[in-house]
Design a protein around this ligand. Structure first.
Ligand code: NAD
Length: 305
């Protein structure tokens, strides 16, 4: 089964460099018409220019593909709406949105300025919210859409000095979980990509050139394209890097029911091993499922209909 995007329109944010550039090029090589969005700023989000996006467009046109450059700042909803309108005006639809734009402002939490926390949340979380909101109605009307949130192992598992970035990246998983429920019946599939690759974001964090050479953006792009293909999974967190692919999931253990007289912090602490026993752990598809599970356990223990 070959994955093609002929006739489809894709928006890739932050596509002037690194992973976004690689995603945009491969989508275009496989037939998509691509909006190459990039603010063109530095790694910390300062500055801006359309040159990087224009260079990617030139590369796409060079192999016979179709693309337009766009300099919208994903944090600005009016600019994002105008970007989507420009795509619709030119090509009539938007099938794929890859929320990829991002910045770093790393510091230990003790030293972090609140503005650096806010800006990182704004770009990663609100940038993805803005772009998704701007295509949502269109995708619902089309009865088709593929959206990817770029999360990170920093959010899923933590990383020293990245409280702002990790919080924003994990928030995107929460956003996916609810949009999955709201978009499913309109043919919208929404997934998260957790990449690790050699880009300007990681070059000085992983200084060993031999390691960096293994971590190509193209190897991650293979995973991204799977997440936006017609046959894409839904509500999937795909880890991708250096040619390996893995699925991250949030599971809940079966847990224990404690009788009313045992519902104390002492009993919870004493039971932690049983509470965390993973034998029957499961993914829950919707928050209410947890409530139902807990209420059923109590009703059974107390013999309530
Ligand atoms: P990168 O710095 O090479 O690319 C990010 C791009 O986003 C830049 O071109 C930048 O100009 C653009 N951008 C930043 N703020 C923007 C804004 N407000 N509006 C529009 N464009 C904006 O970094 P990368 O490594 O390619 O990262 C891409 C995505 O992958 C990011 O979301 C990043 O957090 C995530 N990620 C990367 C890695 C990795 O190993 N490289 C790991 C985990 C997550």
């Amino acid at each position: 089964m070959s994955v093609r995007f002929d006739g489809q329109v894709a928006i890739v944010t932050g596509a002037g460099n690194g992973l976004g550039k690689s995603h945009a090029l491969e989508l275009a090589r496989r037939g998509a018409r691509v909006v190459v969005n990039d603010l063109g700023g530095a790694r910390d989000g300062s500055g801006g220019s359309l040159t990087a996006a224009q260079q990617v467009v030139a590369e796409i046109e060079g192999f016979g593909g179709e693309a337009i450059a766009n300099g919208a700042n994903v944090t600005d909803y009016a600019e994002v709406e105008a970007m989507v309108e420009a795509a619709v005006e030119k090509w009539g639809r938007v099938d794929i949105l890859v929320n990829n734009a991002g910045i770093l402002r790393d510091k230990s939490f003790a030293k972090m300025e609140i503005d650096d926390f806010r800006l990182v949340m704004e770009v990663h979380l609100m940038g993805s919210v803005n772009c998704t909101k701007a295509v949502w109605e269109l995708m619902r009307k089309q009865n088709y859409g593929r959206i990817v949130m770029t999360t990170s192992s920093s959010g899923l598992y933590g990383n020293f000095g990245q409280s702002n970035y990790g919080a924003a990246k994990m928030a995107l998983v929460g956003l996916m979980n609810t949009l999955y429920l709201e978009g499913e019946k309109y043919g919208i599939k929404i997934n998260c990509l957790s990449p690790t690759a050699r880009t300007r974001m990681t070059e000085d964090i992983i200084p060993d050139p031999k390691v960096l050479d293994l971590m190509t953006p193209e190897s991650v792009t293979a995973g991204l394209l799977a997440l936006v293909a017609e046959a894409a999974p839904n509500r999937y967190i795909l880890g991708a890097g250096a040619g390996s692919f893995a699925c991250a999931r949030i599971v809940e253990t079966e847990g224990v029911y404690l009788a009313p007289e045992q519902q104390t912090p002492e009993a919870v602490l004493a039971d932690l091993d049983t509470i965390s026993d993973g034998d029957q752990q499961k993914e829950l598809f919707g928050g209410l499922n947890q409530t139902v599970k807990f209420v059923q356990k109590a009703a059974k223990a107390l013999d309530v209909e």
